[in-house]
Design a protein around this ligand. Sequence first.
Ligand code: NOJ
Length: 509
Amino acid sequence: MRSFADSDADGVGDLAGVAGRLDHLRDLGVDLLWITPFYPSPMVDFGYDVSDYCDVDPLFGSLRDFDRLVAEAHARGLRMVIDIVPNHCSDQHRWFREAVADPDSSYRDYFIWRPPAADGGPPNNWRSNFGGPAWTLEPLSGEYYLHLFLPEQPDLNWRNPAVEAEFIEILEFWLARGVDGFRIDVAHALVKDLELRDNVQHRDVALDAPRREQWAAFDHLYDVGQVGTLDIYERWRSVAEGHDAVLIGETYVLEASLLARMLRGDGLHLGFWFKPMFIDWEPEQIRGVLSNALDEVDPNSMISWVSSSHDDPRAATRFGGGDLGRERALAFSTLLFCLPGLPFLYQGEELGLVDGIVTEDEKADPVGAGVSLGRDGCRTPMPWEPGPGFGFSDAVRTWLPHGGRRDEDTARAQRADPQSWFHRFRALIALRKTHPELRGPGVEWFESAEGLVSFRRGEIFVTANAGEQRIPLGVEGDVLFSTTGRTGTTAESSFIEPGEAIVVLEKSP
Ligand code: NOJ
């Protein structure tokens, strides 16, 4: 939202900006659009700290702008998915302010409070996802409150039915405005262990160590993945289904079995699988990360595939940067787009963007302070057109810098060049649409030459070369798609280059 398009020259993207750029998405072949939070917020975590769930922050526009965006999206055949943030709200939300001002208020139990441990410290050993303890002492009452993210994002108490009743109303509010679904933030963690037991700690880790190191030092037995969460989604689904809306969980768990657990029953329709963002460009890891999820999640079309997002370095950066990284990112997306489930693109992925350059002075992400890697690099503004502001904004200073974009990175330049990343991603999306067998169930993994990651989908053979050498393809047929733009037919002896992916309709014997 903040980095897509700025319509009012304040340096921050907004709803009207998105509405003005929908043709880009339509032309790319996108049919579902997810926008990050636009609700009133102190913006400590850039909108993931919501202070009113049923309005629009003036920074992003108004409810009228939202309605217009929905109408414009629908007019182009795009489904609109909004981000709902139920795990926590802002400490400036009326609920939390009342809970603090009056410990006897009915809002107190909207949050999770505990007295200090015997030594005066936090009630258990849980850590925040952003590093440090997951508890902050509230001085007026002398009790700690839980926050799995920033102290300004107190966790809601989903064991209190009043919290659920509030959110059912919130869902209904947005469904009545025409939204087609929800991306559910922190979908794996709404319900916490009843006794708030300590997580199992494997090794000592300082409270100021890099945030991912802190998180990984524990087995998260009690703060995430609690099955009680699933009952909530079953009830949400009955609300959503009346509107033909979809529930997509931000299931940020890195074990396929845990993802499968979150997708059990009649709750979430889909869950994001984030493990692909944590692998190297290496055939065994690539194949493992795809097949693990497909093996565990049943039926296997409930996976939302991602290779880039607003929270982690972009795929092109992770896979080596420059044109090498871009080639590999497209090859990886080729695999994802040929699997059952719902593949997502993060804005600018279709332009082959690497992370923008953000200097120390320009950093904005609170998570990026100190030793932890921040999220600014993947969040720099979309480059739409060559020129100052890159068509993103007329502001002299944007909320994050453009970060070293070149003219050839822009959507305008790429639309004019048939060989561009834009056109290759567009062809990939079209491939998925024109071949229903790529969307259906059934993936037959294929043992091909070392370095290749290959599978069959009916008559269609899909392979990516994640090795160092050119490798004979071993398959004869018509090329349906290739990351390097090759067309025509292939022979068994045709070579596939390192970093290339190809999709072939095999010749019947
Ligand atoms: C996941 C969101 O994608 C991220 O940006 C946010 O900081 C956390 N959830 C907390 O809401």
